[in-house]
Design a protein around this ligand. Structure first.
Ligand SMILES: Cc1ncc(COP(=O)(O)O)c(C=O)c1O
Length: 349
């Protein structure tokens, strides 16, 4: 008899559970060509599900060529449906485990996740309705790679007011999160064997983004105020220095003005850029917001921001602000990366 574990606590319909498990076993060779399957009546009574469930699952497998039915003798595994090295990871078993492992009341110890239950769902839903129903149909086509002018206009005012960022809306490229902004920066500025100076520690993900271009990373230690700028090397000829000056990740320091000025002097002296990742400076325990590094020298600093912390990482919405000379090339790179970030979400935001 064919044993198929059925789990009624899952959101997956029973027909799909039966279909997927038989399909999987045929693909990986556990059920062999010409092997006879139990009748729908037998299997339904064995699995304690209605006969219709089995009938529909069999019908689907017949339609897709996994099974053949022979008049008078039953249903058989079709020839040629075995696929060597079919990945186990895609099996229903691992899917069931993943689904079960996720519980809403689990505590997630990953850092940098905002209070997801505080997301303004009703406001977002109301605005979504208005935007989706009232926006002119031209917004439903392909758009410009730098993003919607409405959002870039609002952002430039907001960032001037809250972060002292000095930019024209045309200097902004809307990205799919800060992560894509970093990828664009690497493509824009890095080639094989270039040097990037970074804070140590910083996340592995960010290191990987820069390293995949073949660049070398040069770490500078961090103390309770952020990067120790007195350690900046004069003989490395870096393409840029990557910093999280308003809230060092992961240690939390805010870089004092003296070190910021040292960074600017360093970038002028070595002719490199500064890349400022300002991913979460809206959140503070105390004191006024620390102004951005970008406001001190807009021609030297590429400024990255994100809506992942202030709203939700699921939005995948962020931005990159560039010195004038890099804008055109960055727009091209964004276009060849994903054309543009979803337009209607930008309008809602
Ligand atoms: C240092 C740092 N920058 C930026 C981000 C935000 O990335 P994204 O906007 O792609 O979600 C994170 C995410 O945790 C981060 O740790």
């Amino acid at each position: 008899m064919l044993w198929i574990p059925i789990d009624r606590s899952l959101d997956i319909p029973l027909i799909k559970q039966v279909y997927q498990q038989i399909r999987e076993r045929i693909l990986n060779g556990q059920l062999k060509s010409d092997e006879k399957l139990p009748s729908t009546r037998e299997l339904s009574s064995e699995l304690k599900v209605s006969r219709n469930v089995i009938l529909e699952a069999y019908d689907q497998l017949l339609a897709e060529g996994f099974l053949v039915s022979r008049r008078g003798s039953g249903t058989f595994v079709a020839a040629g449906a075995f696929l060597e090295q079919h990945k186990k990871a895609s099996s229903l078993h691992s899917f069931i485990r993943d689904e079960k492992d996720k519980k809403d009341d689990d505590i997630n110890f990953r850092s940098g996740i905002p209070a997801l239950d505080l997301f303004p769902r009703k406001t977002w839903a109301k605005l979504s309705y208005t935007i989706w129903s009232e926006t002119s149909s031209s917004a439903f086509g392909y758009d410009f790679p730098e993003g919607r002018p409405e959002l870039r206009q609002v952002l430039s005012h907001y960032l001037l007011k809250t972060r002292g960022v000095d930019c024209h809306p045309d200097q902004i490229v809307i990205t799919s999160g800060a992560t894509q902004a970093m990828t664009l920066v690497s493509k824009l500025l890095l080639s094989l064997n270039d040097t990037v100076i970074m804070e140590d520690p910083i996340t592995n993900d960010i290191q990987t983004i820069f390293k995949t271009t073949g660049a070398h990373l040069y770490p500078i230690p961090v103390d309770e105020y952020g990067m120790k700028t007195s350690y900046l090397p004069l003989n490395k000829n870096p393409r840029f220095v990557f910093v999280t000056p308003s809230h060092q990740f992961p240690l939390g320091g805010a870089l004092p003005i003296q070190r910021r000025i040292q960074l600017i002097h360093y970038s002028r002296k070595t002719n490199c850029y500064l890349v400022e990742d300002d991913y979460d400076s809206e959140f503070r325990y105390e004191g006024p917001p620390v102004s951005s590094l970008q406001g001190l020298d807009p021609e030297r600093v590429l400024y990255i921001g994100s809506f992942s912390k202030i709203l939700s990482p699921a939005l995948r919405m962020g931005y990159l602000i560039l010195p004038l000379q890099l804008i055109e090339q960055c727009r091209k790179l964004k276009w060849f990366s994903d054309l543009h970030t979803p337009s209607l979400d930008q309008l809602i935001l």
